[in-house]
Design a binder for this molecule. Structure first.
Ligand SMILES: [Cu+2]
Length: 180
């Protein structure tokens, strides 16, 4: 028995011609505006057979207060930047925020083999406004790299893009507010 909420996904797969694009995907590609969200990025393969040792995510504007989840064997680096539009959190003005998170394998043993998949998680607060958010992911391998950074000129369809950025659809939420 397949859970009901998986049906649209199966239908989407059935409609694809040729091999399914695995790439880098989000475990939950839709979430409610104004809610906390754990972005679980799934890296499904390496670079033409080569293992992955570094994954860097550029967070979309509006994804606030990001906190990466540690991974055994990997070290985390965070890059912060000043915000064009500061915001309030718990009564304090936030003027800079995390804009990029990077995981780097600490040793060869931790490398992600091309035949395996792994997950990289970062939690944050979604904007109150609905709309598409794009996570741009750089995947560096022993040989070669992927820049999952292509965004369609309009709309959210990524068909035909060789290395699409990872789309999160932020859906309107009637009861939106600041939650934890
Ligand atoms: Cu792929």
């Amino acid at each position: 028995m397949i859970p009901k909420h998986h049906w649209p996904l199966l239908l989407a797969w059935a409609g694809l011609a040729g091999p399914a694009p695995a790439h880098v995907t989000l475990e939950q590609p839709k979430a409610a505006a104004g809610s906390p969200y754990k972005a679980v990025l799934r890296v499904a393969h390496g670079c033409e057979g080569s293992p992955t040792h570094t994954v860097t995510v550029r967070l979309p504007e509006g994804f606030r207060g990001a906190r990466p989840m540690p991974k055994a064997g990997w070290t985390i680096a965070i890059r912060k930047a000043a915000l064009d539009r500061p915001y309030d959190s718990h009564g304090r003005s936030v003027t800079e925020d995390v804009v990029e998170v990077s995981w780097q394998a600490g040793s060869r043993e931790a490398w992600l083999d091309d035949a395996w998949y792994d997950e990289f998680s970062v939690r944050g607060q979604l904007p109150a406004q609905a709309g598409p958010l794009w996570f741009k992911v750089q995947q560096v391998c022993e040989r070669g790299r992927w820049d999952w950074s292509e965004v369609p000129a309009s709309g959210t369809a990524t068909q035909g893009l060789k290395a699409p950025a990872v789309l999160l659809e932020v859906m309107p939420d009637a009861g939106a507010g600041h939650r934890h």
